[in-house]
Design a protein around this ligand. Structure first.
Ligand SMILES: O=C(O)C1=C[C@@H](OP(=O)(O)O)[C@@H](O)[C@H](O)C1
Ligand SMILES: C=C(OP(=O)(O)O)C(=O)O
Length: 448
């Protein structure tokens, strides 16, 4: 992996003509970290092909090693995970990774000994209470810091005894679907498995929970997705049961990260021309698959031929505003919001109140940064309203949020003089974003 040394602030390049680019997107963060974790719980080794290598996956690897798993580099970029009995005694750094801070504590509860889990300063402000409370109900002994409202927060000390009873538990996952995923992923190793019910207002990011159920089934685990009454769910489930049992190893090929494809595909609308992403899966549980419909509604031509997704920007450059409920795919918000700010008609993004607990308060960050550039944006109770406005240059703060940095990059394609503070924060989920971005811009129509 080569990494481009980027200036800080990083001058976001303005597109000098329509693009004609092929962009190879690295592995999915959500799939990589789920597969790594299940590999550490499995009864035989797992070979992970084309996993993501980024800060979030490095933190997951370090956490699982701290708990005893052996993780070796295999072919260039691949990984071999050999499970070992889970041991305590370690310190785990979750960084700012939701998938580490929420998914690892249930595994730590199965370790034999004490495990301390902490993260970046902002990680201590991200919601953790429901997953800690649920683990305590299931039999775990956890000491946690508390937020001003009394909710549990990082740092945690998990006193594992090598076993966890499991069983029935209610969890309010309205602040993050990751609370449910965290409990389900470790549940095959709980003595009674788990029967978890979401209680509370709207549950965000259901595709991510469907992804959790799918990766568990891939490993031979029995998972049921149910209505609150325990019937099989046709539409949105609110209750999940996982039976205790072995987790199998094997060979897993990781899909590219479709949400991280977002800024590159959005570039076709912002700069004009087309961007192609190979290895786009025909079927997937990734929320990023929704980019196809969202970008088409904003004026792009979107075509999946074979396994290549091609997004072509509107010939007249006119991006349409959009009224969209993004509660299933909240992580796409900064990319879509950047396009909304370049659109000729107003936009409303709804169902995303939970973004206030992401890497930063994304609703506040997007509003502040668009306003700084002359845009017109306003927070609503559950989202954003963005109106057309003539934007000017300025320095976009990334707030240690990878998706705020790529938001600035998309705006910079059309708005001269945009710079992004701490573009290096993109390393949370993308190795070398600045290098990938320049390589995309170098591939212009007529240039090849
Ligand atoms: O389980 C996962 O891998 C994720 C779930 C979602 O979290 P929230 O439900 O907290 O939005 C998503 O936004 C995040 O990027 C990744
Ligand atoms: C919300 C996100 O990350 P995390 O997994 O840290 O919650 C994200 O990547 O947009």
């Amino acid at each position: 992996m080569t990494t481009t040394l980027a200036a800080d602030p990083w001058p976001a390049p303005t597109a000098s003509g329509p693009l004609d680019a092929v962009v190879e997107v690295p592995g999915s963060k959500s799939l990589t970290n789920r597969h790594l974790l299940l590999a550490a719980l499995a009864d035989s080794p797992t070979e992970l092909i084309r996993p993501l290598h980024s800060r979030d996956s490095a933190l997951m690897i370090a956490a699982l090693r701290e708990l005893g798993a052996v993780i070796d580099a295999a072919d260039p970029g691949d990984l071999l995970v050999t499970p070992r009995p889970l041991r305590g005694g370690g310190h785990i750094d979750a960084g700012l990774a939701g998938t580490v801070m929420r998914f690892v504590p249930p595994v730590a509860a199965l370790a034999d000994g004490e495990v301390r889990i902490d993260g970046d300063e902002r990680a201590r402000e991200r919601p953790m209470g429901p997953v800690v409370d649920a683990l305590r109900t299931l039999g775990a002994d956890i000491k946690a810091a508390t937020m001003s409202d009394g909710a549990a927060a990082l740092p945690l000390i998990v006193h594992g005894t090598g076993r966890l009873a499991g069983g029935r538990v209610n969890v309010d996952a309205s602040a993050s679907s990751q609370f449910v995923s965290a409990l389900l992923l470790a549940a095959p190793r709980f003595e009674q498995g788990i029967d978890v019910r979401h209680v509370g207002s709207a549950l965000p990011s259901l595709p991510h929970i469907a992804m959790t159920a799918a990766v568990l089934r891939d490993r031979g685990v029995f998972v049921e997705e149910l209505t609150g009454d325990g019937e099989p769910a046709d539409g949105a489930p609110s209750r999940w049961r996982v039976r205790p049992g072995p987790v199998s190893g094997g060979r897993i090929v990781v899909e590219p990260d479709l949400s991280n494809a977002g800024p590159f595909l959005a570039a076709a609308l912002a700069a004009g021309g087309r961007v192609r992403v190979p290895r786009w899966p025909a079927t997937t549980t990734q929320a990023g698959a929704q980019l196809r419909q969202l970008l088409a509604r904003m004026g792009a031509a979107v075509d999946l031929s074979g396994d290549t997704l091609t997004v072509t920007g509107p010939a007249d450059g006119a991006i349409h505003g959009i009224d969209a409920d993004l509660h299933e795919a909240g992580e796409l918000t900064p990319t879509i919001a950047a396009l909304c700010a370049l659109a000729h008609s107003p936009s409303r993004l709804r169902g995303i109140a939970h973004l206030r607990g992401h890497e930063t308060d994304r609703l506040a960050a997007i509003t502040t940064e668009l306003t700084r550039l002359g845009g017109q944006a306003r927070e609503t109770e559950d989202g954003l309203e963005i109106h057309p406005a003539a934007l000017h240059g300025g320095t976009v703060d990334s707030y240690a949020d990878h998706r705020m940095a790529t938001f600035g990059a998309v705006l910079g394609l059309r708005v001269p003089g945009v710079a992004v503070r701490d573009v290096g924060t993109t390393a949370k989920t993308l190795p070398d974003f600045p290098g990938m971005w320049s390589a995309m811009l170098a591939q212009r129509r007529g240039a090849r």
